[in-house]
Design a protein around this ligand. Structure first.
Ligand code: ADP
Length: 405
């Protein structure tokens, strides 16, 4: 590929009704602008744009933004008015977050027609996510047809999982015919955070085994051995694994048949129940950990039980991945809950002293933005908080690809 002197990368994370974006300069490692368009297609669409490099104030406005084309044009105009226009020769590439890469995409990939077709072919396994990502890519291509566009896949980091971790124990032919296997998600975050954890420990990622707990509204755990993912808690879809904000995580699949038989629910209703009305929100009515902790402090038993179920599942994954890895150097917390909720970190590690794990109460209570250890000096296995940065990871992977010789 031709070398480029342009050093800016625009990162786009296109959802069905939203576009999150960041413009980064990879030469200086600075974030130039960040923003979000929400409620695309509604009358009350909203755009929030923060030009960081000019030190300007955040600008917000509401009004109808009909579709992704209009959204991206509005973003381009905002960037333009800060002197950061998308037609600038400084822009090296656009990096797109793409949720599902299936078995085909295990690396960041330069997008051409064939690649876009392959991403479309994956829509049946990612019906909620890939269509929006595809719309984002097409829109960006129209805006800058000459510019390299790169897809960075949420599933890619997990493609190193061995078959025994990736396969479900169901009929092999049925599984293969319908591409049913465990793909995992949040891979960009697990990759970034596991690498940063090795850095924090002052060691090379290839020498370090870590358990990463990405606890946001969606939540997933991964076991990373020497920089390679060997297991992760999300599966064919993001529904499997940990208790999440609104998703059940692991559940006996027979619950689905049972609901069909005794409650007369159809597939779509069960899908909605398990993805949108389960997890913390199903258990106690709230999915924000701050609110749940506030309720617990006021003596609310329903909130307490929801918290305990959440923690119990986390512990099962920590223990399970400990056994999978054999030797663990660090357990690391990241994303909204993992980075901010000290009581979650304390409760998840409590009682695991025999595993060499402990949390120092004072270190755990310190609020901070950076990567930090929260385990006491004596702990054999370190416990860390490492803020995730999926946009930076996407930008770095995109830039590395377009500047590679
Ligand atoms: P996602 O990207 O999956 O939407 P985030 O990683 O942004 O989610 O995490 C959002 C969640 O983080 C919120 O739902 C809330 O539960 C939790 N959270 C955010 N800030 C705090 C805080 N200060 N204390 C506890 N929990 C927090």
């Amino acid at each position: 590929m031709t070398a480029t002197t342009a050093s800016r990368v625009l990162v786009l994370n296109s959802g069905s009704s939203s576009v999150k974006y960041q413009l980064l300069d990879m030469a200086t490692g600075t974030r130039l602008a960040v923003g979000l368009v929400e409620r695309i297609g509604e009358e009350t669409s909203a755009l929030s744009h923060h030009p960081l490099v000019t030190g300007g104030a955040k600008r917000e406005w509401e009004g109808e933004i009909a579709d992704h084309d209009a959204a991206l044009k509005a973003v381009a105009e905002e960037l333009d008015s800060d002197g950061l226009g998308l037609d600038s020769p400084e822009l090296a590439a656009i990096g797109h977050r793409v949720v599902h890469g299936g078995l085909r995409f295990t690396e960041p990939t330069l997008i051409d027609d064939a690649v876009l077709k392959e991403i479309e072919r994956l829509v049946p396994v990612a019906p909620l996510h890939n269509p929006a990502n595809i719309t984002g890519i097409r829109t960006a291509q129209r805006l800058r047809p000459d510019l390299p566009q790169v897809a960075v896949f949420d599933t890619a980091f997990h493609s190193s999982m061995p078959e025994h971790a990736a396969r479900y124990a169901i009929d092999v032919r049925t599984a293969d015919e319908h591409r049913i296997r465990r793909y995992g998600f949040h891979g960009t975050s697990h990759a970034y955070v596991s690498r940063k954890t090795a850095e924090l420990l002052g060691r090379d990622p290839s020498e370090v085994n870590v358990i990463v707990l990405h606890l946001g509204n969606g939540a997933s755990a991964s076991a990373v051995a020497g920089g390679r993912c060997v297991d992760t808690s999300m599966g064919l879809t993001p529904l499997e694994g940990l208790v999440m904000g609104t998703r059940s995580g692991d559940i006996d699949p027979a619950v689905v048949f049972h609901l069909g038989r005794v409650a007369g629910m159809d597939m779509q209703e069960v899908d909605e129940l398990l993805n949108k009305r389960s997890g913390l929100v199903g258990l106690c009515g709230d999915n924000d950990m701050r609110e749940i902790r506030r309720r617990i402090d006021e003596g609310d038993e329903t909130a307490r039980l929801a918290f305990e179920i959440y923690i119990h599942r986390l512990k099962k994954y920590i223990g399970g991945y400990y056994a999978v890895l054999g030797r663990v150097d660090a357990v690391v917390f990241t994303a909204g809950v993992g980075e901010n909720a000290a009581p979650v970190r304390e409760a998840a590690i409590a009682g695991l002293e025999e595993f060499g794990l402990a949390v120092d109460k004072d270190l755990n209570a310190v609020r901070g933005d950076g990567a930090r250890l929260i385990s006491p000096e004596y702990a054999r296995v370190k416990v860390a908080v490492v803020p995730t940065d999926e946009e930076l990871e996407i930008a770095e992977q995109t830039y590395a690809l377009v500047t590679a010789d």
